[in-house]
Write a protein that binds this ligand. Structure first.
Ligand SMILES: Nc1ncnc2c1ncn2[C@@H]1O[C@H](COP(=O)(O)OP(=O)(O)OP(=O)(O)O)[C@@H](O)[C@H]1O
Ligand SMILES: Cc1ncc(CO)c(N)n1
Length: 271
């Protein structure tokens, strides 16, 4: 086997495995990238909601970051849940040290509607981390907070993606239309616009879709794909993960990380 690409996620946890670090590592594994993780917060949550959040001490988060950087240099990194301003500032210094493609999933609330970030931190992610990002992947409510205007349809999504790149300083943005109706359309912008379009599946099993999508983009960047290729491959991965629901959990169940493989089998949807 040749040298394997590696990716690092810096995020919170989901003990039921559908979101956060657990979803990211499953996605990395499925896309044949060696996965590593630094934990920011331990979250007691399941498919029905968030029960409690325990932020890890800042020095301990730094010790984890040091442990990785002193040993294995990731080929790409992503951040998910970062709940406090001091965590954002610490992570910003390490993003500079890692000096590798960086994907931000600006996680603010869980699918269940529970808050995963202090309200006061929301603007800080925009000022401290977004300028360092290769790609930022907000859903519509997150994009509204980053750009400070309301987003009702594709035109406003385009405007928001352009602000995130041209004014806030990210290299590229994907504003996700998962919360709209009709086709599942996301807007990609890196100086030019591309539409990422997929069928919408009628399912309540969408816990962790944002984590899985951004982790797939990170894995593809780690393997050396261009930003646009990585985002397009990430969209295929998340679409197939939603296409084949696992039907587990009493609430909004997890996506299916084997969906991508299933879609390519002769007796499933595949070739
Ligand atoms: N029902 C669906 N059918 C097909 N694609 C979907 C569906 N729901 C979301 N998507 C797609 O999944 C990806 C993730 O988008 P979404 O808006 O759900 O993220 P999110 O809200 O950040 O997720 P999370 O639930 O993790 O907070 C996007 O590409 C979106 O278009
Ligand atoms: C830890 C964590 N990160 C992100 C999300 C968003 O889906 C979640 N529910 N939990």
């Amino acid at each position: 086997m040749g040298k394997i690409a590696s990716a690092l996620t810096i995020a919170g946890t989901d003990p039921t495995g559908g979101a956060g670090i657990q979803a990211d590592l499953k996605t990395f594994q499925e896309l044949e990238v060696f996965g590593m993780s630094v934990q920011t917060s331990a979250v007691a949550q399941n498919t029905q909601g968030v029960k409690a959040v325990h932020d890890l001490p800042i020095d301990f988060i730094e010790q984890q970051l040091k442990a990785v950087i002193e040993d294995i240099k990731p080929n790409a990194i992503k951040t998910g849940m970062i709940s406090t301003i001091e965590m954002m500032e610490l992570i910003a210094t390490y993003v500079a040290k890692f000096d590798t493609p960086y994907v931000i999933d600006p996680v603010m609330v869980a699918t269940s509607g529970d808050a995963l970030m202090d309200e006061s931190s929301r603007k800080v992610i925009r000022d401290v981390l977004v300028p360092k990002a290769t790609v930022v992947t907000p859903n519509i409510p997150e994009a509204e907070i980053l750009v400070d205007f309301s987003i009702k349809g594709l035109d406003a999504m385009k405007k928001a993606a352009k602000v995130i790149v041209d004014e806030l300083g990210a290299t590229a943005a994907v504003v996700k239309g998962g919360h709209l109706e009709g086709k599942a359309i996301d807007i990609f912008y890196d100086g030019s616009f591309h539409l990422l379009e997929a069928d919408r599946f009628e399912t309540k099993h969408t816990h962790g879709t944002g984590c899985t999508f951004s982790a797939a983009i990170t894995a593809e960047l780690a393997k050396g794909k261009t930003i646009l290729e990585a985002v397009q491959l990430g969209k295929t991965f998340i679409t197939d993960a939603i296409r084949y629901p696992l039907n587990i959990g009493k609430g909004n169940g997890p996506t299916n990380h084997w969906g991508y493989r299933l879609q390519r089998l002769p007796n499933e949807g595949g070739k």
